[in-house]
Design a protein around this ligand. Sequence first.
Ligand SMILES: Cc1cc2nc3c(=O)[nH]c(=O)nc-3n(C[C@H](O)[C@H](O)[C@H](O)COP(=O)(O)OP(=O)(O)OC[C@H]3O[C@@H](n4cnc5c(N)ncnc54)[C@H](O)[C@@H]3O)c2cc1C
Length: 425
Amino acid sequence: MPSSDSGTVHIIGAGLAGLAAAVRLTAQGRRVVVHEATGQPGGRCRSYYDHVTGMVIDNGSHLLLSGNHAARAYLKAIGAEHLLEGPPSAEFEFIDLATTKRWTVRFNDGQIPWWIFDKSRRVPDTKVRDYLGLMRLMFTSGDRPLSELMRCEGPLYDRLLEPLFLAALNIEPLHGSGKLAGQIIRETLALGGQACRPLIAPGGIGDAFIAPALRTLREQGVEVTLQHPLHALELENGRVRALDFGEETIALGDGDSVILAVPAFIATAMVPGLSAPTAFRSIVNAHFRVDPPAGSPRMIGVVNGTTEWIFALPGRVAVTVSDAGELVDAPRAEVAQTIWNEVAKVLGLSDTLPPWQIVRERRATFAATPEENAKRPGAVTQWRNLVLAGDWTDTGLPATIEGAVRSGHRAAELIAGEGRSKQAA
Ligand SMILES: Cc1cc2nc3c(=O)[nH]c(=O)nc-3n(C[C@H](O)[C@H](O)[C@H](O)COP(=O)(O)OP(=O)(O)OC[C@H]3O[C@@H](n4cnc5c(N)ncnc54)[C@H](O)[C@@H]3O)c2cc1C
């Protein structure tokens, strides 16, 4: 890996992984060029103006937890940490649509989980011993589906763990990787409530995660070249010799290097013999232009519905359905009506469907099963000046903002010659 500080680092892909790498390297004084295939940076984390609703919407409501330290460091580096909002302590409201029962889980701040011992804070109808399964999950070695590692039924599972793991893994948790689920618990619940505060970007993910990064890079003289898709890597003598952009080929000098921060299915087409996840899961998001009633919870988890999480924001309501399965192919108007009926019931709004938009991301994340997780490659490749980044690389986390940013930071470390012996920071 070149640690020469004279070469140019070409970053392919302006998603969060590519942008995080670019911001880090630029701050170290490296010369960086970012090449993005589409007309808009951000990849799977982007906002855009939607003509149907007349609103700027996110491709998906993105939730962070306060324990996502790399994502927060990235936001700090681009001066955008204040654009995330969340409650001062970790609280999650839920409703069961089958019974209309509502409850709030309130974690305490410190590392000792006394919320588990307090009936008014823990999940209703659970006992302290129900929570021991989480400890087992944290200390299990190897990887097996969650259903083989813990009890996937009963009030604790139905009312907290299922919605939590579904959102974090984007797969029906029964089939989800126990290793990834255990890592989530280690980095959040096990650290106490201060690591579990839900954080969202009410002004939109583009405003928080993407626009400030572009500004920061531009101030340092780095432009993100849009509509500049890489067609192929020219590989020779154990290194990338040139970047083929179709009409243009960029030859790489001795000190130049490449961070390939594209989705898994693009990377496997460019890097010979690359192992990567091949199965993916979708996410469906619904957006409604409506004023949520005063006092509506900012975010509420829904059990026994199509809807999974409702986000009540100024002038709009957004709904996320993870691992959306057949919903992805259902008629959009039908999906909007089904989801709206549930939202109206939860928030106490009229049945009349407001202006809506449905966003379907078919390959939102890789399928977080043990099998797919085992296919994830590390950042280092057999080509000396080529490093991989992206939420699908082996970050130890599911495909999330935190994972994408960590992969970008890791790639930057490797390029700077610091990272070979370190774990992803
Ligand atoms: C609907 C939805 C909801 C989500 N919700 C959450 C959430 O609540 N919390 C959370 O933490 N995470 C969430 N995620 C996951 C999160 O968005 C991703 O993990 C993260 O954005 C991935 O970033 P990335 O840079 O790894 O990949 P990408 O965002 O896919 O970036 C790859 C970039 O490479 C570009 N590219 C592709 N091919 C080429 C080429 N040939 N040349 C140049 N550029 C190329 C792409 O256009 C893209 O910009 C969600 C994802 C989706 C889709």
